[in-house]
Ligand binder design. Structure first.
Ligand SMILES: NC(=O)c1ccc[n+]([C@@H]2O[C@H](COP(=O)([O-])OP(=O)(O)OC[C@H]3O[C@@H](n4cnc5c(N)ncnc54)[C@H](OP(=O)(O)O)[C@@H]3O)[C@@H](O)[C@H]2O)c1
Length: 327
């Protein structure tokens, strides 16, 4: 089968190519999925760039996960012995390592049935970004109806889900994005939009109960200035400080400063599981949330897809359509 593969750390377009690799066999609790679409996430370029502090996870000298991708949608082709819920022929979406391939094995408990009203590309766009937005707002931000919520980075993969989910939770949403995305962010549910090229939300008189930050481009003190005294700051995105230590300085600063402030400061890593994927599926089928797709690429173009995402200005998600060389 074909997969996008990299053998060295480096820029996505230089190191990522398509190769023939062995088709995987599912373990007892896994299903084999014929991948129809996958989605790119910042994690893909963080892994591929070989940030030294991540190398215990990604491989010291050479990359360990050689096929990128962790979001997918496709059809179940075979099931392991202890799989209970899914059957051959089910269309599913969810999370699995090595998703940029024609076939992938995934744990049953990281998958859900594909929303009936979505294409495979739209479904593949959901897992990491949608779950991060849902868990960040509902579980970490504990957003209540009527609260004022600010989403920094509202036009990106996570941000576009966060705007829609915050509105569904009953919040009054403010989205922060650049000029070209103002209409998009308003159209998906933001009552107020701050164009960061013209205005600085951190200098406004407004106070927010919850801030979800998908950018990580400011010190905590600037967010605190516009938060209510008991507000919650949910750090989702972190700007890496360089190739050696990546996000560590930002996270340490956040951790230390959070101990001396009245507001709640949370950093979290989203978890992929059937229950929350099903919550998203139901929201999507009820037309409360719609995945936004910026660009589509083929498997052969996966390096260009990740390069584009790495520029940091995607509008919604970047997806890979997986065409099959064999039936
Ligand atoms: N904690 C977790 O579990 C988790 C999960 C997923 C992602 N993440 C992290 O969350 C971050 C966002 O992920 P993503 O998938 O949403 O990335 P993304 O799709 O690449 O985000 C791109 C968006 O960022 C916006 N942006 C860039 N500079 C901005 C600025 N100065 N102010 C406001 N918006 C700005 C861009 O809008 P404009 O084009 O309008 O500038 C663009 O729409 C990444 O750091 C990622 O690693 C964390």
């Amino acid at each position: 089968m074909k997969a996008a593969v990299y053998h060295d750390y480096g820029p996505p377009k230089d190191v990522l190519g398509t190769e023939d690799v062995a088709k995987p066999t599912p373990a007892d609790d896994e299903v084999l999925i014929r991948v129809r679409a996958a989605a790119a996430n910042p994690l893909d370029y963080h892994f591929m760039s070989g940030t030294y502090i991540m190398r215990p996870m990604t491989g010291f000298r050479r990359p360990k996960p050689t096929v990128p991708g962790c979001d997918l949608a496709g059809d179940v082709e075979a099931v392991g012995k202890s799989v209970k819920r899914l059957k051959q022929g089910n269309s599913v979406f969810g999370g699995a390592r090595r998703a940029f391939a024609e076939y992938v094995c995934a744990s049953e408990n990281k998958l859900a049935l594909k929303p009936a009203n979505l294409t495979f590309e739209q479904a593949a766009a959901i897992p990491v970004a949608g779950l991060t937005a849902l868990q960040g707002l509902r579980d970490k931000g504990r957003v209540q109806p009527g609260q004022k919520v600010l989403i920094n980075g509202a036009a990106g993969g996570v941000g576009a889900f966060a705007v829609q989910i915050a509105r569904w939770l009953g919040a009054e949403v403010t989205g922060v994005c650049s000029t070209r995305n103002v209409d998009l962010v308003r159209s998906i549910g933001a009552k107020h939009v701050v164009d960061y090229t013209a205005d600085d939300f951190a200098r406004s008189e407004q106070r927010y109960d919850v801030i979800v930050d998908c950018v990580g481009n400011r010190p905590l003190s600037e967010y605190r200035r516009v938060m209510t005294p008991k507000g919650t700051f949910v750090a989702v995105g972190v700007r890496p400080a360089g190739r050696w230590i990546g996000p560590l300085p930002y996270l340490l600063k956040l951790l230390v400063s959070s101990r001396f402030v009245s507001q709640n400061v949370v950093f979290f890593i989203a978890s992929i599981g059937t229950n929350d994927l099903t919550v998203l599926k139901e929201l999507i089928e009820a037309n409360e949330v719609t995945p936004i797709i910026d660009k589509r690429y083929t498997l052969n173009e996966a390096g260009e897809a990740i390069r584009y995402l790495k520029e940091g200005h995607a509008r919604g998600k970047v997806v890979i359509t997986v065409e099959h060389s064999t039936t």
